[in-house]
Each structure stands twice: as C-alpha cells, then as structure tokens.
Design a protein around this ligand. Structure first.
Ligand code: NAD
Ligand code: ZN
Length: 358
C-alpha cells in the first residue's frame, strides 16, 4: 500500500478582521517597486466596502470576475494571457478573494502562469510540472473546503475535473469570518451543506481512516452547532469557516461519495452549481445515508429552505444519458461510498430513478 504524501497550506491566519493583515503579509514577497500582485475578486465586491480595503500598491491590479457560472478552463487561459501581456515580469502573487469559484480560479491561474499549454491539459492528477507562483486564498463564503484542498475544479470542453497537484494548494490562507457577513441565506445554506455533505460522505465511506475521521467528526460537530442550534451570528460565522477547513481536510485523505457523484452529472449537463446541486441530490439519498439525510431535513426546516423542484423534468433522453455517464465515471467516489462491488448497487436504472426525482 502506498500512502498519500499530502501537501498542506503552510500558513494561515484566522480571525474576524484579519483581512487587514493582507498588505503586511504580501510586503516581504515584493522584490521591488515594479512588483505586481493580481487580485482576482468576485465581481459582487466591486461596489462594496471590501474593494476599498484591498491593499493595492505599485503595479497591483484588481480583476473582478463574475461567478454567475463556475470557473472554466478557457477563463483561466484568458486570465493568464491578460496577465502575461500586461506585465513584463511574472506577478509577485495571485490573491483570490471570493467563494469556492474564485478560490479555484486563483489556484488554477497561479499554476498556469508558470506552466505551458492550456488549463484543460492539466485537468487530472499530478500533471503539473512547475511550481505555481505564490498564491493566497481568502474565502468569503464557507463550506467548499477549496481554501485547503489540493484541487482547483474547472469545467473544460470535455469534462469538469480538478487540477489536482502538489502545486495547487495555497501558500497562504486568510480566514476572516467577517467577510461572510453579507452572504444571502440560501447561498449560506447551500455552500454550508457542501461541507456537511463532505463530512457525511467521508465519515460513512470505506476509505475512512483516523486522519479523515478526526477532521470529519470535528467538522460535523461544528455544522450541527451552526445549522441546528441557536448561536450568535459572529460565532456561527467563525464555526462554519472552521467546519469548511476541517471538512476539506477530512476528504483530502478520504473521498466524497454518492451525492457528489450524482451532483457532478447535474452540474455538467444542466450547469447546476455545486452547493445547491449537492442538496438537490442529497435529499433523496436516505438509502445510503439515513441519519445524515434525516438531519439534513431538520436543518432545512429550521432555516425554512425550500429546494427547487422538477429540475430534471423536461430533460431529453440524451441529457439523461450524459448525466448518468458522468456520474458513473466517478469510480473513486463510488468505491469510497459502497466498496469494490459498487456496480452491483449503482446501475443506469438506479441513477435514472434518482435523477427523475430531482
Ligand atoms: P461560489 O464561489 O460559486 O459563489 C456563490 C455565490 O455566492 C456567488 O453568486 C457569489 O457572488 C456569492 N458570494 C460569495 N461570497 C459572498 C459574500 N461574502 N457575500 C455575498 N455573496 C457572496 O460558491 P461556492 O459554493 O463557495 O463555490 C462553488 C465552487 O467551488 C464550484 O465551482 C465547485 O466546483 C467548487 N468546489 C471546489 C472544491 C475544491 O476542493 N477545490 C470543493 C468543493 C467545491
Ligand atoms: Zn463538495
């Protein structure tokens, strides 16, 4: 058996207001006054107070990016071209400020600035050859675990797959729970449930080990406090941010499961976003995760969340086939969820029956 030698984020700051330390953190990385830091920032912040607090000096540039759609390989390529044509030297740093979409985009851009070819060439495992440039992740939404993970998930022309590599994790993360203050309630719930589902899938998987379990149990405990108890908003933000981190650490050394496999199909064919897609699927998975699904319904009820219905009602036979194929291709996820003989349970007709309910 070969054990994973997993890279971790080497530096992290945590605390409400810690975003203010960004300038001071970047300063020693700057070699001279030609230095440039590229800030990739979710476009929703363009008109908000946060944009004024970004410590822009020298040749720094803020690029606002819409997250209406999840990040794409050609979007990464376009950003890399823009950066290379705007500056004669490589930037000092790439800083991503946003939810999972922006964090993944920042990781991918930092890699592609130093590696030749197109982002789509690197979708897969350990295909990256050269170290990325120094990159910093600053989440503004808690749940995906993208701030800690070894992958940058991108939709490409052929597939939605991450750039999984030792060069992908951030060199520095700033966890400032205050940045999540203005997240809309539904979005807070959907992305928070991504974390909850990471925990359920990791803790109930066959790949589970003490490393994953220790992080997964802590993340689950925090999710229960946040979504089932009445705690004050500031501590709820703190706890969800740490739940996301621990949930990400848990799946790093295990794997996700049934909800993620089926949700990838939804996202590929219908463009459904990751968080809500997982919720849409998870509600129908009591057969696989009975306790987890029961708690999920309690959380939905407590926060008056109503999920959209009949998402797959009018899809074509061809779209259904593609969704099923995308889900079936997620072998490690199925193996983690159900063991080596997962194909005995997961058939085309089984998946069709689940998609039809959504
Ligand atoms: P997101 O980044 O797509 O953002 C969702 C919405 O929330 C957007 O409209 C955004 O503008 C808004 N938003 C973000 N921060 C906000 C704030 N502070 N206030 C108000 N609105 C805010 O959502 P997400 O769920 O964080 O990320 C989903 C993405 O993460 C997907 O692309 C998925 O593939 C990826 N993902 C990556 C990993 C990983 O390990 N790399 C893991 C899970 C998911
Ligand atoms: Zn997820």
């Amino acid at each position: 058996m070969k054990f994973k030698n997993f890279p971790m984020v080497p530096r992290v700051v945590f605390g409400a207001g810690s975003f203010n330390q960004l300038g001071e953190i970047l300063l020693p990385k700057r070699k001279n006054s030609d230095s440039s830091v590229i800030y990739l920032v979710d476009a929703i912040f363009e008109t908000q107070e946060l944009s004024k607090q970004i410590p822009v000096i020298f040749n720094d540039q803020i690029i606002y990016v819409s997250t209406e759609e999840e990040p794409k390989t050609d979007q990464v390529d376009a950003l890399v071209t823009l950066i290379k044509t705007s500056f004669s030297e490589l930037p000092t740093a790439i800083v991503g400020i946003g939810g999972g979409s922006i964090l993944d985009l920042a990781k991918a851009v930092a890699i592609m600035v130093t590696n030749n070819g197109k982002a789509q060439d690197y979708q897969g495992w350990d295909l990256v050859k050269k170290t990325a440039i120094y990159h910093v992740g600053i989440p503004t939404l808690s749940g995906t675990g993208a701030e800690v993970s070894r992958t940058a998930v991108l939709s490409g022309p052929e597939k939605k797959l991450g750039i999984n590599s030792d060069f992908t994790p951030f060199d520095q993360v700033i966890l400032d729970p205050d940045l999540t203050i203005n997240v809309a309630k539904d979005q807070w719930f959907y992305t928070g449930m991504d974390c909850y589902i990471h925990c359920i899938e990791s803790l109930n998987g066959t790949y589970l080990n003490a490393f994953s379990q220790s992080y997964g149990e802590k993340a689950l405990e925090l999710c229960k406090e946040v979504f089932l108890e009445d705690i004050d908003p500031a501590s709820s933000r703190d706890k969800l941010m740490m739940a996301s981190w621990h949930g990400g650490m848990s799946i790093a050394y295990s794997q996700v499961g049934v909800a993620h496999a089926i949700s990838y199909g939804l996202s590929h064919v219908l463009g459904i976003k990751h968080g809500i897609g997982n919720c849409l699927v998870f509600q129908y998975l009591e057969e696989f995760y009975p306790e987890g699904v029961a708690l999920f319904f309690k959380m939905m009820e407590k926060h008056n969340i109503v999920l959209p219905k009949e998402i797959c009602k009018n899809i074509s036979a061809e779209q259904m086939k593609t969704m099923i194929n995308v889900a079936l291709a997620m072998t490690p996820l199925w193996e983690n969820a159900l063991g080596q003989n997962w194909q005995d349970t997961i058939t085309e007709s089984k998946l069709r029956s689940i998609y039809k309910k959504i």
